[in-house]
Structure formats: C-alpha cells, structure tokens
Design a protein around this ligand. Structure first.
Ligand code: ARG
Length: 462
C-alpha cells in the first residue's frame, strides 16, 4: 500500500500507477538516497526532533538495507520510486519507528539531494576517465614530436605541423572538459535538504550539520528554488555534450584518415569490423558509433532544457523526466571514453603517407612568404610573389621544395641559397617556436604544462 493514500477513497489505476512510477530507473540512486537519509535522521536525533534511540535504530537499519541491496539480497521492486521503496522497507523491518524518518523532509528536497550527490560522484568518474585519455594523448604526443604531417584548414592542406601538435590539440579540449566538469561541481555542491516540499519546515532542523555530514560546502538559500532547480543537471548534460562533440571531431578525423584516399591510419583489427557482403571491408564502426552517440547526448540536453522550459515554481512532476536523460548520457559518455581510450594506442600511423601529405599541396608557401619578409619584403608583396611561384609550380607540375635556387631567384632577388632549406617541411615546422606552435621545443613545453595540469588537478595518485 502506498504511504500517501490517507486522503484517497479509491486506489490508483494500474496503468496510471505504472506511468507514475520511476523506480525502474531511479533505483540507481539507492546508495545516495540511503546516505542522505542517514545524515537527515542523525540530524533529527541530534536536534531532539526524534529520540536518539529511534535515530540510531533507523540509521542502523538503513545501513543494513544498503548492504542487502548491494549484495543482491534485497531486490528493488514494487514501490513508486526509490525513496518510497527504502522507506517502505525500513518500516517493514522496524515498524512504527521507521515512519519517523520522513519528519521535516519531502521527496522534493530528497530527490534534489540524491541527484546532486549522484552527479557529484559522476563528475569525478568522468574526470578520471578524461585524465586517462589525456595521459594516453601525452604519451602519443611525446613519441611523435618529429612526425611531420599536414595541417588543414577548410579541409584543404594548409601548413606542415606534427602529429604531436595534433594530439595535443585534442588534449587541450579534454583538459578544458576536465575544468568544465570541476566548475559544474561547484554548482552541484549545494545541499537542498530542509527545503521540504517547497517552503522549508517549522522543525528546528540543523541544515549545516546535514551539509557537513554529506560533505557539501554550501546550503541552498531559497527553498522554492532548491526543490525546483535543475540548472546543475542541465550544466552537467551540457558538459557531457561538449565532451562528446570533442570526441566526435577526433573520431571523424580517424574515420577519414583511415580511408584508402588518405591512408594516414590503419585501424587495428581489434577495433574495426567487417561487412556482411563485401569481403574486403574493414570499417571504422567504433569511431562511427562514438560520433553517432554524440547526437543522443545533444538530444538529452535539449530534452531537459525543454522539460524545464516555462515550469512554474516550485517542484513539478515533469522533473522526474530528468533522470533517464542524465543516466543515458552518463552511460554513453563513460562507454565512449573507455572504448576510445583503449582504441587510441592501437592506431597505426603511416608516417610515410603522413609526410607525403605534408609535402604536397604547397604547404610551405606561407613559410616562403615569411622568408621574403625576413629579407626585407612587405608581407603583402611577399604573399603575391609566392602566389606567382605557386602558380608556376602548378603549371610545371612541381612543388616548392623541388625548385632550384635559380627558379626562386627569377621571382624575387631577395631569394638566396638558404631558401632551399627554409622550405623543407621539417624546417618550416621547427621555425615556429612561439608558445602554442608545432616546433619540437614548443610542443614539448606544451606537454610539460599538460603534465603539470594533471598533477595539480588530480594529485600524484595514478
Ligand atoms: N520520483 C520523483 C522525482 O523523481 C520524486 C519526487 C516526487 N515528489 C512528489 N511530490 N511526487 O522527481
């Protein structure tokens, strides 16, 4: 029997009951729900709102229930939601004393608390998966500071860079994700219990003590807001969506780099799949799935934003819809991070093809113009001269790094013998020494900084 049936003559329609129930998905919150209840009940005892004996009995039984669920001895079924399930089980075990747990509390502040505690842990888990991914990237970068490749803009060859510079670009994105989740955590870290249904309670509760017991650094300031705020969940979904966007970009590159046309990467057999009809195929399904799953994470973010749109104060049942979106995104992000981090070190980079790519497409043209500027030309004039040189190369089916000094000189008297070296892709890369550039020295400095970032963020434990 439901615990709120006092004012009802008739029982709930079976279909309506199923429709109303959230147990099938909010059972994930059982641990946090029990931890929150133990803190609440301890405080009720401390403040003399219930007796110390009752408080102790409730807390001990709650902890028994926790272990029974954890060890599979107690199955979570048959209740409206996880909060009701635990309370019903408690009352089943200790009778009337169990009915005192919900004093000075509502499910509205309870679910807000559970969700905040759950997301606080989730953010830490995702950050630690991101840390492992960045560590893999740093290793790959370290090993490839001299692997010259082409950088692209508009998907057209642009300038030579290195594979290390490329890996580090993605490492920067994932490090920003780590920071974003940490910032999100500061907004999650607010203790809403005590707000009750919507206008708090007349009982002499001690909210600070509950916050302390549950390791929250702040207590919410407005009870109407506290039970109806899901900004922190939206922010979490946004951070996950942004992280998935980064993953989707990386995977897109791996997909087209592994095409026959590019031939830059060969996927490992362990992370590619065959075709049911075309015997020759080796498909990047894993990468495509990660790219594809980005869509559902964007969808979950949009769904929660839309659910919250125009909701009047304070709690509304619409908000029960938040959980499936959050759990689905969480599972997706964790799965994608784990599989991607395992796959990354197995990719085989075809260094010869990558170098050929860096040599084609007149990628050293900018270097050539910079050379003229260093010899005294104005940049715009140098740009035009090198443009003419590129046209000459196209017409003569040759490349800038194949031209003789005489050919260079016929375009500008400022060209000298040292131009031959200047336009070698590897020299073009290493002439870029400023912070953020691809030269070996600059990228090694970037890697060092990233290592320091990880250390300061996560400490030395590994
Ligand atoms: N299952 C509900 C949710 O997830 C818990 C809060 C229910 N509150 C209520 N007044 N019906 O939002």
């Amino acid at each position: 029997m439901k615990m709120w049936t006092g004012r009802f003559k008739d029982s709930l329609d079976t279909k309506a009951d199923m429709f109303n129930s959230s147990l099938s998905f909010d059972k994930r919150l059982y641990k946090h729900d029990i931890m929150g209840s133990i803190a609440h009940c301890t405080m009720l005892g401390e403040c003399g709102i219930i007796s110390a004996d009752d408080a102790e009995k409730i807390c001990t039984t709650l902890s028994d229930i926790f272990y029974d669920i954890k060890n599979g001895k107690l199955k979570i079924t048959g209740a409206e939601d996880i909060h009701m399930f635990i309370e019903e089980e408690l009352t089943l075990r200790i009778g009337d004393v169990g009915k005192k747990l919900h004093t000075a509390r509502s499910r509205n502040d309870q679910v807000a608390l559970d969700l905040r505690m759950y997301l606080r842990d989730s953010v830490d888990n995702i950050a630690s998966l991101l840390k492992t991914l960045v560590e893999v990237l740093l290793k790959l970068a370290q090993a490839n500071t001299d692997t010259v490749i082409a950088a692209y803009t508009h998907m057209q060859k642009a300038q030579p860079t290195t594979l290390a510079h490329y890996f580090m670009a993605y490492a920067e994105m994932f490090m920003r994700d780590i920071e974003r989740f940490a910032e999100c955590k500061t907004r999650i870290d607010v203790m809403p219990l005590g707000s009750c249904a919507c206008t708090a309670t007349g009982f002499p509760i001690n909210r600070k003590s509950v916050a302390q017991k549950l390791d929250f650094s702040k207590v919410s300031e407005n009870s109407l807001d506290a039970v109806s705020d899901r900004d922190f969940a939206i922010e979490y979904l946004f951070d996950c969506a942004t992280l998935m966007m980064h993953l989707s970009r990386f995977n897109e590159e791996i997909i087209y780099w592994s095409t026959d046309e590019f031939g830059y990467i060969e996927l490992d057999d362990k992370f590619s799949t065959g075709s049911s009809i075309m015997p020759q195929k080796k498909n990047p399904d894993i990468c495509e799935l990660i790219r594809g799953k980005t869509g559902r994470c964007y969808g979950n973010l949009m769904a929660l934003l839309t659910t919250m749109k125009s909701l009047p104060l304070s709690y509304n049942k619409d908000m029960q819809e938040d959980k499936e979106l959050i759990f689905d995104t969480e599972d997706t992000v964790k799965n994608c991070l784990e599989i991607f981090t395992s796959m990354l070190p197995t990719l085989k980079f075809n260094k010869e093809r990558l170098f050929e790519g860096a040599c084609g497409g007149y990628t050293v043209a900018t270097e050539c113009a910079d050379y003229l500027v260093k010899k005294g030309a104005a940049f715009r004039d140098a740009h035009r001269t090198v443009g003419n040189l590129v046209r000459y190369c196209i017409e003569h089916k040759t490349n800038l790094d194949n031209l003789s000094v005489e050919e260079f000189k016929s375009f500008s008297p400022l060209f000298d013998n040292d131009i031959v070296n200047a336009v070698k892709p590897v020299n073009a890369v290493n002439s870029r020494k400023c912070q953020g550039s691809p030269s070996e020295k600059a990228v090694k400095a970037e890697i060092k900084k990233a290592e320091k970032f990880l250390l300061s963020f996560f400490g030395s434990e590994s």
